[in-house]
Design a protein around this ligand. Structure first.
Ligand SMILES: O=C(O)C(=O)C[C@]1(C(=O)O)C=C[C@@H](O)C=C1
Length: 387
């Protein structure tokens, strides 16, 4: 019997507002009659605030709720463009420069995530979100078309929060972007290196500059994003604190660069995932990567067996990450009487092959025979650029 095909099917889970149907047109550029995001955002969502403006003024959606230090973070509510299910051709920058896309990222203007969004879609409208959850939700609620979120860094490792959110939401990975992260230490003009006692930044950025910051003896203070740290230092005219952020952030918030390229390794690369409501249709005409998540029964050699389904077919794994299964993190072991409680895990695996490859279909069919849960998160073109 021919093995059944496993494809990352489009799901029917979208929160399409009843009042705002989409109207696909013949040229494929389906649009929505002016969708007012204020109507579609769930009020329960704590990171997204909604503003109603007096009549005659625009209704503005504000994804960020932190202090309105710089009004440039407020979004305009233009007509949103809704895309048909993506094809890999649409993802290619040579075909589409993303000029019609609204792309959510976490942080404020000048965050590395904004640059990654612009690398993925050079002419997109980058939409700042306060937290990762807000970016996921903005895609699900049709407020934006894509989200570009960090998943791992070559120095700091995995961004676990986004692994967990991938499973909690029903979005699809449609691409990846590798971005070279070059950190600067910055402070207000007139402040010297020896005046600094503390440094603010995203925890990943602080970790990536561990050696320099230790050498300088600075106390680390973690904030939501690197550009947010720069903004805070500038807005409060801090004299004893600097920020670790991008060169772009120093320009936006008017800070002076005290040291450049302070990351522990000059090859500091963050990999971002591009998320969409629909999967792309995978092909085999270029290098692809596929991301899956699965769980397994407890038992000797079960993980070995799971990984063997790829090894047997010469499929190269590029990443494996385990995360606790949050709903049922602990389970009593069946085969001993010592009252031992085991942790249950989800395994996230990336491999270098496309879902369009029969070999991959066979491997996943094989894995399904003993995995207790399996989901394909996406099959997407590899970012082969040299950052
Ligand atoms: O704070 C930012 O500027 C971000 O875009 C976030 C982030 C991350 O989450 O890893 C992205 C890239 C760098 O690795 C440091 C921070």
């Amino acid at each position: 019997m021919a093995p059944s095909r496993i494809i990352p099917l489009p799901h029917s889970h979208f929160a399409i507002p009843q009042s705002s149907p989409s109207f696909p047109s013949d040229d494929g550029s389906s649009t929505i009659p002016t969708l007012n995001p204020c109507l579609t955002l769930p009020k329960r969502y704590r990171n997204v605030s909604i503003r109603a403006f007096p009549q005659g003024e625009k209704n503005d959606l504000k994804m960020r709720t932190c202090a309105d230090e710089f009004s440039s973070d407020v979004l305009s509510n233009d007509t949103l463009h809704i895309q048909r299910p993506l094809s890999s051709a649409q993802f290619s920058n040579s075909v589409s420069d993303g000029s019609r896309l609204r792309v959510a990222y976490q942080g404020v203007r000048g965050a590395y995530s904004e640059s990654a969004a612009q690398k993925a879609y050079p002419n997109c409208e980058a939409v700042p979100c306060e937290q990762f959850d807000a970016a996921f939700e903005a895609v699900e609620r049709w407020i934006v078309d894509r989200a570009v979120l960090p998943i791992e860094n070559s120095l700091g490792g995995s961004i676990h929060r986004n692994y967990d959110l991938l499973l909690r939401h029903r979005l699809h990975i449609v691409g990846e972007v590798k971005y070279a992260v070059r950190h600067c230490l910055m402070a207000n003009y007139g402040i010297k290196l020896e005046d600094l006692k503390r440094v603010l930044s995203h925890p990943q950025a602080l970790a990536q500059c561990e050696n320099t910051l230790t050498r300088l003896g600075l106390v680390r203070e973690a904030v939501d994003d690197t550009a947010g740290a720069a903004k805070h230092v500038a807005f409060h005219k801090l004299k004893d604190a600097g920020a670790v952020a991008s060169y772009t952030a120093s320009e936006i918030y008017g800070l002076n660069i005290l040291a450049q390229d302070i990351q522990d390794d000059s090859d500091n690369v963050t990999r971002f995932l591009i998320l969409a409501r629909e999967p792309i249709i995978p092909s085999t005409d270029r290098p692809y990567k596929t991301s899956i998540v699965f769980s397994l029964e407890e038992g000797p050699g079960v993980l070995f067996k799971a990984l063997a389904v790829f090894a047997l077919r010469q499929i190269n794994l590029t990443k494996i990450e385990s995360r606790p299964l949050r709903n049922q993190p602990l389970r009593a072991s069946d085969d001993n009487n010592y009252g031992i409680r085991l942790f249950d895990y989800l395994f996230y695996v990336d491999f270098e092959a496309s879902m369009a490859d029969e070999n991959v279909q066979n491997a996943l069919g094989h894995l399904k025979e003993f995995a207790t849960f399996l989901r394909v998160l996406g099959s997407y073109p590899v970012d082969t650029s040299t950052t």
